[in-house]
Design a protein around this ligand. Structure first.
Ligand code: NDP
Length: 334
């Protein structure tokens, strides 16, 4: 069935509030979940809602957290999310970090004691919409085996980059450090399907195409072999060593029944191109994009999402009847 974006956002907000999230935070988290569903990022849309609720119910996440901002220098902002959701911390800090970047030319924000369970592109697309170049990274609980190791230490650590364009929506890419995100593995498991080769290993470290063997004690592999492992390592450093968050192996959620989100960190870098290439910057971006199109590239990252977004804004979001019944039930109306 089709549900209008606003109506779905209100329903998800209600569900989150019934599980202990404050109204303001519920509306922020709900917008992220619905944005993913709207744009077809299904691995991090409604499928994730049960995980948010489970973490809230277990007491692992503080639904009433109030983020605290510490300005450490003209371009350095530290945020303690208070064991709440990362999107709430970002929403609180966004005006400060944006103005720091405008003033200094670039600014770095680190967030610790936060739970990020979503796609990353919704965090940075708005900054690029305002003309800033944005790069963000998040660490997660240990989920990949890398660099020849036999045990998972690094997370699936996603990263996303957003670049403004001239009179067009930004180019935004967003990807995990693993070949496949945990969310996609869950989708394959729910569909009773098999993983492609070389995506994951089972609890004994043996290659497997069984998604449940990966989810239950197994591990994912980094994309691009050692190179994906290197990126996952860098992200642990920027979030947990620099930002003071927990490393993936320190998160502790694995031992708390019902805790599905990781207590980890986020790194955000904003650059104001006006302080660098100035007016020429956007022309240079367009020149590069034109060359890519000329070379045969039809789709840039985010193009497909923008197209799906246009359709969802016009027709509403397709929600499976079982999911709709679940939402109504959790919201107390069914
Ligand atoms: P995908 O492999 O689905 O996509 C990676 C990027 O490649 C996207 O930006 C996508 O653009 C782009 N892309 C894909 N195909 C093409 C193409 N043919 N031409 C041009 N661009 C293309 O991402 P992942 O599976 O690695 O990650 C999925 C999500 O999981 C991400 O949103 C990530 O943030 C999230 N995640 C979140 C975690 C968390 O703890 N919060 C942990 C790990 C992952 P487009 O967006 O347009 O499809």
């Amino acid at each position: 069935m089709k549900i209008a974006i606003e109506a779905l956002t209100e329903l998800v907000t209600l569900v989150l509030m019934r599980h202990g999230l404050s109204e303001g935070s519920a509306s922020i988290v709900s917008r992220t979940i619905v944005a993913a569903e709207r744009d077809g990022s299904r691995s991090h849309g409604l499928q994730r809602l049960a995980g948010y609720l489970s973490s809230l119910d277990s007491g692992w996440v503080n639904g009433r957290a109030i983020p605290i901002l510490h300005e450490r220098g003209s371009g350095a902002l530290e945020v303690d999310a208070g064991n709440g959701f990362a999107q709430v911390a970002l929403e609180h800090a966004a005006p400060t970090i944006r103005s720091m970047a405008n003033h200094a030319g670039c600014a770095v924000m680190t967030t610790r004691n936060s739970h990020h369970f979503a796609a990353l592109w919704p965090d940075i697309e708005p900054f690029a919409g305002d003309g800033l170049v944005a790069l963000t990274m998040v660490n997660t609980r240990s989920r990949i085996v890398a660099w020849g190791g036999t045990r998972k230490v690094l997370g699936t650590n996603p990263m996303a980059f957003a670049c403004p364009r001239k009179a067009r929506p930004p180019v935004v890419w967003d990807q995990a450090s693993s070949i496949m995100s945990q969310g996609d593995v869950l989708l394959v498991s729910a569909a009773k399907g098999q993983l492609p080769d070389k995506v994951g290993v089972d609890a004994q470290g043996q290659p497997t195409v069984d998604p449940d063997a990966v989810l239950e004690g197994g591990a994912l592999l980094p994309f691009g072999g050692v190179k994906g492992g290197s990126l996952a390592f860098m992200i642990e450093i920027l979030t947990a060593a620099l930002g003071g968050a927990r490393f993936g192996f320190e998160d502790g959620s694995g031992s708390i029944p019902g805790a599905l989100t990781s207590n980890a960190g986020q790194f955000l870098l904003l650059i104001d191109p006006q302080k660098f290439g100035g007016a020429a910057f956007l022309d240079r971006v367009e020149r590069l994009v034109a060359h890519l199109h000329d070379a045969g590239t039809a789709r840039l990252p985010a193009d497909l999402r923008y197209e799906r977004r246009r359709v969802a804004e016009r027709d509403g979001i397709d929600v499976a009847p079982a999911m709709h019944a679940y939402l109504e039930r959790e919201a107390g109306g069914g």
